[in-house]
Design a binder for this molecule. Structure first.
Ligand code: ATP
Length: 237
């Protein structure tokens, strides 16, 4: 049984169809990368999985249960957590308060304490800046905070929307190293990226999205070696 399975999912904005008849699955323990050009439907796919958007057709299951109609906050309780594009941290709250928001609704004190430690060891910068306001953190630090906050719900599936967006090259490498580490600690990860080279080299499997439909799929390595994908997404002919 797959951890996450989308079957024949279509998503509309009014009359515009942004996702058409999409099916794919994510297995427990994987990093799966979704790549595609601007407007291909990557963010729409993520929001549909986290429950911010509802599919007009098709179904979504998580750990064998149909969650197609489940509200977003209940998906978090089930184990799906999203670090949104554009970071979406709370600028007027401190680092610690932002992390607390990620743990909202949890009552397992010892598990929470372990997750704070996990976040601070993955991101030592956050540990140094516990009382700094989120809004005054640098772009890279805000990205770390957004991922840390998503981890505070102890997700089984972590959704990352463009984790490398706006980051300097040395930060991009670092973020992907940390993503691999989070995965090695046991968290399944689905990420969408424009930085296809990094995203595919860290992924067990990947999908290419074009105008709302999957056009290629394979292991990260297969997709990186595919000439058509190289030319269109990896900046080499
Ligand atoms: P990018 O890499 O630029 O973020 P994306 O692959 O994440 O792009 P989406 O944001 O999912 O793409 O958009 C898919 C399509 O849906 C685009 O044509 C976009 O214009 C359209 N779309 C997205 N949000 C809305 C909305 N709120 N209302 C109408 N159309 C929308």
């Amino acid at each position: 049984m797959s951890l996450l399975e989308l079957k024949n999912v279509s998503v509309h904005y009014g009359r515009i169809e942004a996702i058409h008849d999409m099916s794919f699955s994510v297995e427990e323990g994987e990093i799966v990368s979704l790549i595609g050009a601007n407007g291909a439907g990557k963010s729409t796919t993520m929001k549909t999985i986290s429950g911010l958007l509802n599919p007009s057709r098709g179904s979504i299951s998580f750990d064998g249960d149909d969650i197609t109609k489940l509200k977003a906050h209940l998906r978090v309780v089930r184990g799906i957590s999203q670090a949104p594009e554009g970071r979406g941290i709370f600028p007027g709250m401190t680092v610690l308060e932002n992390l607390d928001m990620g743990a909202f609704g949890r009552a397992d004190r010892s598990g929470m304490a372990a997750d704070y430690e996990r976040v601070f060891s993955l991101f030592p910068r956050l540990a140094e800046r516990k009382t700094q306001f989120g809004g005054t953190m640098s772009g890279g630090e805000q990205q770390m905070l957004a991922i840390g906050r998503a981890l505070m719900s102890a997700p089984r599936l972590l959704l990352l929307d463009e984790p490398s967006m706006g980051l300097a090259p040395q930060f991009i490498k670092q973020i992907f190293r940390i993503i691999a580490e989070i995965n090695a600690q046991g968290t399944t990860i689905l990420l969408v990226e424009q930085n296809a080279t990094q995203a595919l080299s860290k992924a067990h499997r990947g999908f290419v999205l074009e105008t709302g439909a999957i056009t290629h799929s394979g292991t990260g390595r297969e997709l990186l070696a595919n000439p058509a994908i190289k030319e269109a997404y990896l900046g080499v002919g």
